[in-house]
Design a binder for this molecule. Structure first.
Ligand code: PMP
Length: 406
């Protein structure tokens, strides 16, 4: 495989530091990834050379900035292979994109008794917005259960789908377990009943190539910061036939055509859903992040991360009394586990003293933790800059902590 990890690591200055006197090994990539200088520089360039509020400007800087922002939208479009750039709405991230959808789709299409299907392994941001609709509109949430490996039970999904179902909203990849869901099958089954589908791609776009046209999903959402891009920016892809029929989300500047106290008309896509001054530097940074991963190649990234996942899984199996959560056949580079009954918080705190950054807790997936009847897990998630040497240190660290508690 043609991948030069040492040169990739040089793109991430943050990785060069020591933590508690030990070289930092960062395994919290499912929470957020680090940023390459290419992204940091792109954002810095906005503010040092062409910062100006976008759209409506007649002057040079505004035109340059508007162009860069719209170029970033086209980069997102091509990245997920959307048919049109106006089907890409910039949002603050996955959470805002799902809230946008719940509010606008909910306002336009949902009424009391309508059903939405999610799954047991969703992140809270793909549960709570629908629960708000449950409260305000009386919709009903149905949940696809999982098996012990952390895979969706599709026969149960079949049973949940009915003429009452108005939307299916599921994660592409689970942040807590790493399970890659069979989203094409999920989409096809829903479409057989003319039910639209939203895919939460927060954990997917950084690991696998996504083609929203081939998937034929109606909505796809993701965050920039998990894709080596900046925080505070993400995207909602929606098929234009849906977006055109949906009520706006936020009201304000830019999302209108005309405003009058006798009535206001709304702007066309994508602006109808982008009220106010958007995070244009964030969008431009996200464009730079997309360039970055595409230069390496998502297939190359996926293959390397898979190698890390397999290596780490094999090495971790040597740790006495380790229990893995999430052993799906199709998995992204996320490993969730517990060792004996050592509380994940204690494990995480002691690993940190060795310079090893992992995430501990419920991973914003409490219904999933409820399923396994555990308070949380320790989660190590790998990105393009992680190495097998770092994984060796992690395994050593976990062994040391478990001896301490023995
Ligand atoms: N969905 C999934 C699967 C996630 O992993 C996350 C982030 N942990 C989110 C949604 C929410 O993303 P954000 O916090 O960037 O809005």
């Amino acid at each position: 495989m043609s991948i030069d990890i040492e040169s990739i690591r040089k793109d991430f200055p943050i990785l060069e530091q020591t933590v508690h006197g030990k070289p930092l090994a960062y395994f919290d990539n499912a929470a957020t990834t680090q940023k390459p200088t290419q992204v940091i520089d792109a954002i810095s360039e906005v503010y040092t050379t062409y910062n100006s509020n976008i759209h409506r400007g007649v002057h040079h800087l505004s035109n340059v900035c508007t162009q860069a922002y719209e170029d970033a939208r086209v980069k997102v479009q091509k990245f997920i292979n959307a048919g049109n750039s106006h089907e890409v709405i910039f949002t603050r991230g996955t959470t805002e994109a799902i809230n946008l959808l719940a509010t606008s789709f909910g306002e336009s299409f949902l009424k009391k008794g309508d059903e939405i299907i999610v799954s047991q392994l969703e992140h809270h941001s793909n549960i709570v917005p629908w629960q708000l609709l449950e409260k305000s509109k009386g919709i009903v949430i149905k949940v696809i259960p999982i098996n012990e490996n952390g895979e969706l039970i599709l026969e149960e999904y079949d049973k949940l789908l009915s003429e009452k179902t108005k939307l299916v909203a599921v994660a592409h990849i689970s942040n807590a377990l790493g399970t890659i869901n069979p989203i094409k099958t999920i989409i096809d089954k829903a479409h057989a009943l003319s039910v639209p589908v939203m895919i939460d791609g927060a954990q997917a776009v950084q690991h696998v190539a996504v083609d929203v046209q081939a998937l034929d999903c109606d909505f796809y959402v993701f965050s920039g910061h998990k894709l080596y891009g900046p925080t505070g920016i993400g995207a909602l892809f929606g098929k234009e036939e849906w977006l055109n029929k949906m009520e706006p989300y936020h009201g304000g500047g830019e999302m209108i055509k005309t405003v009058s106290f006798s009535g206001t008309t709304f702007n066309e896509l994508p602006f109808k859903f982008e009220a106010g001054t958007p995070d244009y530097s964030g969008a431009i940074g996200l464009g730079a992040a997309i360039d970055y991963v595409q230069n390496i190649g998502l297939d190359v990234i996926a293959a390397y991360e898979h190698e890390l996942l397999e290596y780490a899984t094999e090495q971790l199996k040597q740790v006495p009394n380790i229990k893995f959560y999430g052993t799906a056949k199709e998995k992204a580079s996320v490993i969730s586990f517990m060792v004996n009954n050592i509380h994940p918080f204690d494990m995480g705190t002691l690993l940190d003293k060795m310079g090893l950054a992992v995430r501990t807790g419920h991973h914003c997936a409490q219904p999933l933790m409820e399923h396994y009847q555990i308070p949380g897990t320790v989660r190590a998630s790998f990105a393009i800059y992680n190495t097998k040497e770092e994984i060796d240190r992690l395994v050593e660290g976990i062994k040391r902590v478990s001896l301490l508690f023995a």
